[in-house]
Design a protein around this ligand. Structure first.
Ligand code: SF4
Length: 78
């Protein structure tokens, strides 16, 4: 999982079609019931532990498992 700093984002939407698991939405397009993730994104983006990604990196080893996870919040809290 990654988060997007809403203060840095210019809302260009270039990332939306680039996400391989369709996990990025413009704020106004966040699906019903998923609004919590917009708030969580903002809060996590403020934490130093969520470092800025400044280069292309390979997918994490558990990327496929994460993509299939239906309860992403529980996974995040594990
Ligand atoms: S690519 Fe995505 S995160 Fe980056 S500025 Fe555009 S909308 Fe924001």
């Amino acid at each position: 999982m990654l988060v997007i700093d809403p203060d840095e984002c210019i809302d260009c939407a270039v990332c939306v079609p680039e996400c391989p698991v369709n996990a990025i939405f413009a704020e106004e397009d966040v699906p019903a019931g998923q609004e919590l993730f917009a708030k969580l994104n903002k809060e996590l983006s403020r934490l130093p532990a969520w470092r800025v990604i400044d280069r292309t990196k390979p997918a994490l080893p558990d990327a496929d498992l994460c993509a299939e996870e239906t309860d992403k919040l529980a996974r995040l809290l594990r």
